[in-house]
Design a protein around this ligand. Structure first.
Ligand SMILES: [Ca+2]
Ligand SMILES: [Ca+2]
Length: 369
């Protein structure tokens, strides 16, 4: 027998009704349209079916049972945990789970319905199992505009698209570079896991809006497993980690002055990485800042993830992240797209040769040691 704060229904089809119900074997089934669990109360259903047709406003723990019914009015604002052997059946209508955990062996079966789980909405017929929130790396090439998701969508809920976050405060917001983007609050981090071929030539292209600069990048920790690390330093210069220290890109690759190039609003960062040669090239707003940049870790042959971190001074907004095998759209044109004036887009030269053609020998070179 349970107390009034915890309601157990065993071995039958049970319908819980009203604000308080202390069940007994004499009352296994209550037939009423309203299923309401108040804050502080919990329904534990064991080896039974639980039929809900209205609002469940607090925790539901399911053990070896089914939660069934038309989901039209389901709103699970409290924590819902599906135990091993338990399943939640959502058939038709809409269901909202504000805080859902599915343990190994449990499942949420969705049939022709719309469910919102932890801030992410999916429609159709599918099954969520314990690994639903496990990150699935995104296969290259891809572009994510974030425009297909509503404002307030938690990026951490998009694990099937490769996303992992330090906090659920990382969310899709209006005001991206185009349409919606992602707001990454102070000191939070968004990681996009990527599935790419070994030895590939890859472009990572993203628009970032962060007016804050890092006064002393030397204090920024560098993980030796990384390949490229970039930040924006004092005076808006792009800083690249190279050879055990930070390189200040105070000029572009041909020596042109780039003062003030990092501007308010969205800036476009395009990073070319050759995982065969272990070298990178970095463009800011379509202008080549650095080529032949050695990887921090030259033993890495395969891309695994992209990390975007917000600093302590303010939120970071980012949008339109792509990781592609070819030159990102639009990078071959623009006022700074041919810095060496050889008639060829610099991005295409980087893609083909890893460096500007004009910086490469035009004839044979003999070296002896
Ligand atoms: Ca967008
Ligand atoms: Ca060129």
């Amino acid at each position: 027998m349970a107390d009034a704060q915890e309601i157990h229904l065993y071995g039958t089809t049970a319908r819980y009704v009203g604000t308080r119900f202390v069940p007994s074997t004499a009352y296994p089934t209550i037939s009423n349209a309203l299923a309401l669990v108040l804050a502080g109360e919990q329904v534990v259903v064991s080896n039974a079916s639980y039929t809900a047709s209205a609002v469940v406003s607090n925790g539901v723990t399911l053990t070896g049972t089914n939660l069934t019914g038309t989901a039209t009015n389901w709103t699970m604002s409290g924590a819902v945990e599906v135990m091993s052997g338990g399943s939640v059946l959502v058939s038709g209508g809409e269901a909202v789970f504000a805080n859902l955990t599915i343990n190994a062996g449990g499942m949420v079966v969705v049939s022709n319905a719309t469910v919102t789980v932890n801030g992410v909405t999916r429609s159709g017929t599918f099954t969520l199992s314990s690994d639903w929130q496990t990150v699935t790396p995104r296969v290259v090439s891809f572009t994510e505009t974030f425009d297909g998701f509503g404002v307030g969508t938690k990026l951490g809920g998009l694990a099937s698209l490769g996303w992992s976050v330090s906090s659920n405060s990382v969310q899709i917001q209006a005001g991206g570079a185009s349409g919606n983007g992602v707001q990454c609050p102070v000191v939070e981090k968004a990681t996009n896991y990527v599935s790419a071929a070994s030895g590939a030539k890859l472009w990572t292209d993203v628009y970032v809006n962060d007016t804050n600069t890092i006064a002393n990048p030397s204090l920024v920790p560098v993980d030796s497993a990384q390949t490229v690390k970039l930040c924006v330093g004092t005076n808006g210069y792009v800083m690249l980690y190279s050879g055990g220290g930070w390189l200040t890109c105070s000029s572009d690759v041909v020596g042109g002055n780039v003062d003030g190039l990092w501007s308010n609003g969205f800036n476009r960062i395009s990073i070319f990485q050759d995982y065969g040669e272990h070298k990178a090239a970095v463009f800011l707003n379509g202008r080549l800042l650095k080529q032949n940049l050695p990887f921090i870790n030259t033993n890495t042959n395969q891309m695994h993830w992209v990390d975007i971190e917000a600093g302590v001074r303010g939120d970071t907004l980012f949008d339109t992240l792509s990781v592609t095998n070819g030159v990102p759209t639009g990078l071959e044109t623009g006022p700074y797209s041919d810095l060496d004036h050889n008639g060829g887009p610099d991005a295409l030269e980087i893609q083909r040769y890893g460096a500007l053609v004009s910086s490469m020998p035009s004839g044979s070179v003999f070296k002896i040691r």
